[in-house]
Design a protein around this ligand. Structure first.
Ligand code: GLN
Length: 434
């Protein structure tokens, strides 16, 4: 009833306000006295990454450069959740324009890890993951361009789903790398995530890359008994992560996937960063045309400058073209591997949540051929992207599901990746790990 909805909203708003995590950029006081439509999510408090538009609010994307522009309408995914009765209680902090893996590039300050305030929650959708993990809200929207939903989900111990590219409309999402940007969800369980994904998925005329593919009922597909074939990609990660993921691999009776090497993953990550920098350069130019907006932060400035060099006339040895080739080859290779298995599994990140301000670990991981040429320009936290970027590059659906803990008690996420538009198999596999 009405009164329960308001009590739930009041509690969520109170928790958001008093939380020590700095998860929220803005909490909406009007959430506690709002008329909500009848629907399956009636009264469910929801948080939204601050790069996703909410009507009459400024989506800052963690940047001062956006200025004071206010969105004229809700983003597609936000509108869908509201139509289902969800109560949007505020916007969550993120790395500036989604560029980061720890939450530390946010110009409003970093979000803290819910289990250990000295640690990073993961990024770039840091606040959304932290808000769900700390039970401020049961559901949140994020965006994943190269891992930004899966990584914070893994580090915070919640479920995080990046759908197939084009499955969820990007309308109302501030662009970072438009060819890999995806809107997705954080939830406490696979079931909740499946339900929420079903609400926000589907065609939208307002996004030229939005797919016409029909959306199955993800929730009912969760309970279909299947023998989905799982293949496990072997990678070098921390011992703690390795043993947890080996446990998951056993539980899923996964075969080894020999066709995809760590080198393949690293080349994909390097190609991703080339394309991401180039597209970011183009997408972000608009913020400094007519406005005297404040400058970008250091990481965004660096990437925009890299993108400019990559796209310039005497670009760095054709790296952009090589990255485009790597993307095409990666998609073909993954489609081939996924023609004989249903899903792939691997860790989300090589470590659990690091301390805030942890030193850079690029050199050890930057062994791919593209990465070698890019070494001085790779983002500081590149090592945290190399297990997630390949699915983004190829546009495939992927999620992180919590499975086990490190010896220090930190959450570990198992990543499941599927065929294009087969989120159902990905969700069903994740369910088996809960
Ligand atoms: N960490 C990656 C990057 O900085 C991915 C970010 C994202 O998915 N938005 O580009």
């Amino acid at each position: 009833g009405e009164r329960t909805c308001l009590a739930v909203a009041e509690e969520a708003v109170r928790r958001a306000r008093t939380s020590k995590l700095n998860a929220f950029a803005r909490v909406d006081a009007t959430a506690t006295n709002r008329k909500l439509p009848d629907g399956p999510l009636r009264g469910v408090p929801v948080a939204v990454k601050d790069s996703i538009c909410i009507k009459d609010e400024t989506p800052t994307a963690g940047s001062r450069a956006v200025g004071s522009w206010k969105a004229r309408e809700d983003a597609f995914a936000v509108a869908r959740l509201r139509e289902a009765g969800a109560n949007v209680i505020g916007s969550t902090n993120c790395d500036e324009f989604g560029m980061g893996s720890t939450g530390e590039t946010c110009q409003r300050g970093f979000t803290r890890h819910p289990l250990d305030l000295r640690r990073a929650p993961g990024g770039s959708s840091s606040g959304s993951a932290a808000a769900v993990a700390s039970s401020i809200v049961p559901l949140a929207l994020g965006s994943d361009t190269g891992g930004s939903i899966r990584l914070p989900a893994a580090w915070c111990g919640v479920v995080g789903v990046k759908p197939t590219y084009g499955r969820v409309s990007r309308r109302g999402l501030l662009a970072y790398c438009s060819s890999t940007d995806c809107v997705g969800v954080f939830a406490r369980s696979v079931e909740d995530a499946a339900f929420a994904l079903g609400l926000i998925a589907g065609h939208d005329d307002g996004d030229a890359t939005s797919s016409q593919e029909c959306v199955p009922d993800y929730l009912s597909m969760l309970s279909i008994p299947t023998n989905d074939r799982v293949a496990s990609i072997n990678v070098e990660v921390d011992d703690d992560i390795e043993s947890v993921v080996a446990g998951a691999s056993n539980a899923l009776k996964a075969d080894q996937c020999d066709a995809l090497s760590p080198q393949f993953l690293r080349d994909c990550a390097a190609a991703y960063h080339v394309l991401a920098a180039a597209e970011a350069h183009s997408n972000l130019a608009r913020y400094h045309v007519n406005h005297e907006n404040p400058p970008f932060g250091a990481e965004v400035t660096r990437r925009v400058a890299l993108g400019k060099r990559l796209l310039g006339e005497r670009h760095a040895e054709g790296l952009y073209e090589r990255a485009v080739d790597v993307r095409a080859q990666a998609r073909a290779r993954l489609d081939d591997v996924l023609s004989s298995v249903d899903v792939l599994m691997l860790p989300v990140a090589p470590t659990a949540a690091p301390k805030l301000n942890a030193p850079s670990v690029i050199t050890k991981e930057a062994r791919g051929s593209l990465a070698r040429d890019l070494r001085d320009d790779l983002p500081r936290d590149y090592a945290n992207d190399f297990l997630t970027a390949f699915a983004s590059l190829a546009g495939l659906p992927a999620l992180s599901v919590p499975f086990g803990r490190t010896s220090g008690g930190l959450p570990v996420g198992v990543q499941v990746v599927g065929k294009a538009f087969d989120e159902a198999a990905v969700l069903r596999t994740a369910r088996r790990l809960e």
